[in-house]
Design a protein around this ligand. Structure first.
Ligand code: NAG
Ligand code: NAG
Length: 530
């Protein structure tokens, strides 16, 4: 017995439309399975401020931000969004948005101003702050979701042994991680060991755009570094540090505290520029280098074949024991998705049409240098003069492509055995170039982008991806690393003028609030807007 033809006639075109990515809109919370969690993410240096208060030590980001020229428009995290003083008000903002989980990071140097217990005592005021925040969240029905390391290495450890360039960081990091489990783990049930190890490695040590600002000295602005080796050494040490923290959590805390632990990987998507074997293979090399470098060890116990082939003796190796231990060292994988681009084999990138596509929009990685190191591949955002998607909010290279989240989730499901996933970041940027406030507040493109991402996530889940939750970056504007305060990604505007710092809801906040608190009975899961 087949399906009645009316059903086929209805379902098939719907399915095709969805597959083609024609305007698909997930309406609200009720579209998702019960228990699916929504929330927001932030990190300590980007929102807390109070950088020189209550005994906090300095991190590499304090140092880096103070060097003129490092941050677009100047600026640093000394005040940021002042969440350190405004956390109670902000918990109410989160609550009003219908937040289930709130992911924030713990500033290592606020807990250990000297970097570790070897260098002095724990800072009780720092510990108190996080206890206050956690308790305030729980009292308001919001579950804390804690990132242990979100890029802010204590400066003392950078000075002493080069931070993550040295294996010595593994002991100090895992001591900090264990302190967090012991102190906060009675109430925190979701842990991320490391946020975006790939960006920390490539931007901190490859192109020098992020702290600690290292890169090969000829050609770059860096005072010191080795872009061909250090990113891989740092990546390796981040993975080993992650592995150690998971081991400690599993052996001493997990059973009693009943939490889960994972890692958040930066995971933009890449599509082949053409269907030629050269471009398809180049795309795989880029995915291996960007995502597989981390996900392959976690799932299979070793780096991807193409990465080993291309990087050779510049890539550290896992011992047999490490390989066994890193394999499976997660309860979930966090994915941070922002944009997508095309990839072409770099032996073909000098063909005239290809060249003009690269020149007019070189893609996401480094607008001034579209080649991705160690991949023999070049990125571009357009093909035959047609962009993969519109640029977001005035940032030319930041291509909006919500369908990328589905392609990413499909790939992680198929290639890595359907691991449980949290989308730990999704967001839409607006460049603040002094436009009228009203233009920033009426962020209809952000709403549409988030809706589309929800829809594509739902589609991936229907096709078998195991997604447990989705967190937006973020509920407020914040200090966007080397882009300073000029990149706004919040659902609330933060008024930085004269440190006014009031939060003003954008249209997206009002929409999200309604989407998270649907008043009506469950609606049709997906609406198609022609
Ligand atoms: C291709 O990329 C490699 C590194 O990935 C680089 O060494 C080489 O110069 C590039 N070739 C061209 C033609 O751009
Ligand atoms: C932002 O803060 C400044 C300084 O306090 C104030 O003059 C201005 O009106 C504020 N803007 C908004 C939209 O609240």
């Amino acid at each position: 017995m087949g399906w009645p033809s009316e059903v086929v006639n209805l379902v098939l075109p719907l399915f095709l439309l969805l597959e083609l990515g024609t305007h698909c809109v997930a309406v609200d919370r009720s579209s998702f399975p019960p228990g699916f969690e929504f929330g927001f993410s932030t990190s300590a240096y980007q929102v807390e401020g109070a950088a020189h208060e209550d005994g906090r030590g300095l991190s590499i980001w304090d140092t880096f931000s103070c060097i003129p020229g490092n941050i677009l428009g100047g600026g640093n995290g000394d005040v940021a969004a002042d969440v350190y003083h405004r956390y109670k008000e902000d918990v109410q903002v989160l609550k009003s948005l219908g937040t289930d989980v709130y992911r924030f990071s713990i500033s290592w140097a606020r807990i250990f101003p000297g970097g570790s217990a070897r260098h002095g005592k724990v800072n009780p005021k720092g510990v108190q702050y996080y206890n206050n925040l956690i308790n305030e969240l729980l009292q308001n029905g919001i579950e804390p979701f804690v990132t242990i390391f979100h890029w802010d290495v204590p400066q003392v450890l950078e000075n002493e042994y080069g931070g993550f360039r040295s294996k010595r960081i593994i002991d100090d990091y895992s001591e900090f991680a264990e302190f967090c489990f012991k102190e906060f783990g009675d109430r925190v049930r979701k842990w991320v060991t490391v946020n975006e190890p790939s960006i920390f490695a490539t931007h901190g040590y490859g192109n020098g755009k992020n702290a600690p600002g290292r890169c090969t000295t000829n050609g770059g602005n860096c005072a010191a570094g080795d872009s061909s080796r250090e990113p891989y050494i740092v990546a390796h040490n981040l993975l080993l540090a992650h592995m150690r923290a998971v081991k400690i959590y599993r052996s001493k805390y997990q059973q009693k505290q009943k939490g889960v632990i994972g890692i958040s990987l930066y995971a933009d998507w890449y599509l082949p520029y053409s269907s030629s074997k050269l471009d398809v293979d180049a795309t795989q090399r880029v995915l291996d280098n960007k995502l597989g470098l981390y996900l392959d060890p976690l799932v299979f116990g070793d780096y991807p074949y193409s990465v080993k082939q291309l990087i050779r003796d510049r890539l550290p190796v896992f011992s047999e024991e490490e390989s066994k231990e890193i394999r499976g060292s997660f309860d979930f994988i966090g994915l941070n998705y922002y944009m997508s681009s095309y990839v072409m084999d770099n032996s073909t990138s000098s063909d005239p049409t290809r060249k003009s596509d690269i020149a007019s929009n070189p893609g996401q990685d480094a607008p001034e240098n579209p080649d991705i190191p160690d991949t023999f591949a070049t990125t571009t955002s357009q093909k035959d003069g047609i962009a993969l998607g519109p640029s977001e909010g005035g940032v030319e290279y930041w291509i909006s492509y919500p369908r990328g989240i589905k392609l990413l989730l499909d790939n992680v499901k198929t290639k890595y055995g359907t691991p449980p996933v949290y989308i730990t970041e999704i967001g839409y940027v607006t460049l603040d170039n002094g436009q009228p406030l009203q233009d920033i507040l009426e962020d209809t493109e952000r709403i549409q982008y988030i809706k589309n991402c929800l829809c594509y996530t739902l589609q991936a889940m229907r096709e078998g991806a195991d997604v447990r939750g989705l967190l937006l970056w973020s509920y407020i504007d914040n200090f966007e690393w080397n882009n300073g305060y000029s990149f706004r990604l919040g659902l609330h505007y933060v008024n930085y003028t004269n440190n006014d710092l009031r939060r003003i809801p954008k249209a997206s906040a009002i929409w999200f609030q309604q989407a998270m608190n649907p008043r009506e009975a469950p609606t049709a899961a997906i609406l198609l807007v022609p």
